[in-house]
Design a protein around this ligand. Structure first.
Ligand SMILES: C[S@@+](CC[C@H](N)C(=O)[O-])C[C@H]1O[C@@H](n2cnc3c(N)ncnc32)[C@H](O)[C@@H]1O
Length: 342
């Protein structure tokens, strides 16, 4: 699998959740603006013309209709031609506004998630914005693996990681922290990112997801990897778990990524240095000092890197139970390890 496929767009993983759609649209687009009304026939015609511009993008087109216009495309094919649809206020230019969004995607390659400002991830509806990575569907598994490994550590080492302090390094939208907070309801999480834009988006997601239920358990820090946590380490804190989806694309491969990623997503979130392993090396080496005995180290990486990262962990010498985990496409996408007891 090449880098282009690796970073493929996330729209294949759409939650068809019409109940929350109205709420999402109200939040995104505001309710106070003048609303345009269009008929099913007009929408059908619009869809046909939009599809003719980029016939290979029918899935993306229907995603845009659903998420930006609040129109379920499947209904268009059997709804009566004159049924009226109220477009959300933000589309106050009516179908022309929708055409402009579509043009920005198929012609300028802007990710659809940036255009509507939201991205589904696990069962959350996350805010996204240019400057912060759109959370990928494959990353959803990392929190399941974390929870599974917590169970194994409890069983094999009799160490309980389910009530400790965890770190999510390179938190982006805050997706992984939110997923961990949900699956491990008693942990506290320090979420770090060096990007101010990312932290702003993460802060909003903490406020809105589950009505802010996990806000108090997730603390945001700006800075490089472990640096903002130094005062905590100096006062004796050791982490029960360290989870990260760091930048891991080799620099030379960035130009091969699909245009949505290459032209619009932040290279800070993608560029892993010459061999892609710069950040992963740092997480291996600095991670062992930050973890408690039995603490969990878990990262996402790209196809082909698991072998190298497992070797780095083995050479570092303070990790045991070094394991690669597959994603749903059968790619070794994650590596985990447990901090030795000594
Ligand atoms: C691949 S993105 C992952 C974002 C999010 N965790 C996710 O899975 O969707 C990597 C994140 O690491 C952050 N990052 C890059 N270099 C960093 C550094 N030196 N210290 C902290 N965060 C960094 C980027 O800003 C970006 O948000």
């Amino acid at each position: 699998m090449n880098a282009l496929n690796e970073m493929s767009a996330t729209i294949t993983h759409v939650i068809w959740d019409n109940k929350s759609l109205g709420l999402r649209l109200a939040r995104n687009f505001g309710c106070g603006m003048a609303k345009q009304v269009v008929t099913t026939q007009q929408l059908q015609d619009w869809r046909g013309e939009a599809l003719a511009l980029a016939p290979e993008l029918s899935v993306e087109l229907d995603w845009l209709l659903r998420e930006a216009a609040g129109v379920e495309p499947r209904i268009l094919s059997y709804a009566a031609g004159e049924r009226a649809w109220e477009l959300p206020g933000e589309l106050n230019g009516g179908l022309e506004s929708l055409t402009e969004l579509w043009r920005r995607h198929w012609q300028a390659h802007e990710p659809l998630q940036y255009l509507v400002g939201r991205s589904p991830w696990r069962r959350f509806d996350l805010k996204v914005a240019p400057g912060v990575l759109v959370p990928r569907p494959e990353t959803e598994l990392i929190v399941e693996i974390a929870a599974q490994r917590v169970g194994e550590v409890q069983e094999q080492l009799d160490i309980d990681l389910s009530q400790g302090t965890w770190a999510d390094l390179g938190t982006g939208t805050g997706a992984i922290s939110l997923g961990l907070a949900e699956l491990l309801p008693e942990i506290v999480i320090h979420a770090v990112d060096c990007s101010e834009v990312a932290l702003g988006v993460a802060a909003e997601n903490l406020r809105t997801v589950q009505d802010g239920a996990w806000q108090r358990r997730i603390q945001l820090h700006q800075g490089k990897w472990f640096e903002p946590l130094q005062p905590l380490f100096e006062s004796g804190l050791k982490l029960a778990g360290l989870v990260s989806n760091p930048p891991y694309i080799p620099t030379a491969m960035l130009n091969e990524l699909q245009p949505e990623v290459r032209l619009h997503e932040p290279s800070l979130a993608l560029d892993g240095g010459e061999d892609g392993l710069d950040c992963l090396r740092h997480l291996v080496n600095a991670g062992s000092q930050s973890l408690q005995p039995g603490g969990l180290w878990l990262v996402e990486l790209m196809a082909g890197q698991a072998k190298d990262v497992k070797a780095l962990l083995a050479v570092e010498g303070n990790y045991q139970s070094i394991t690669a985990h597959f994603d749903l496409c059968g790619i070794e996408r994650f590596v985990s390890a447990v901090r030795c007891n000594t």
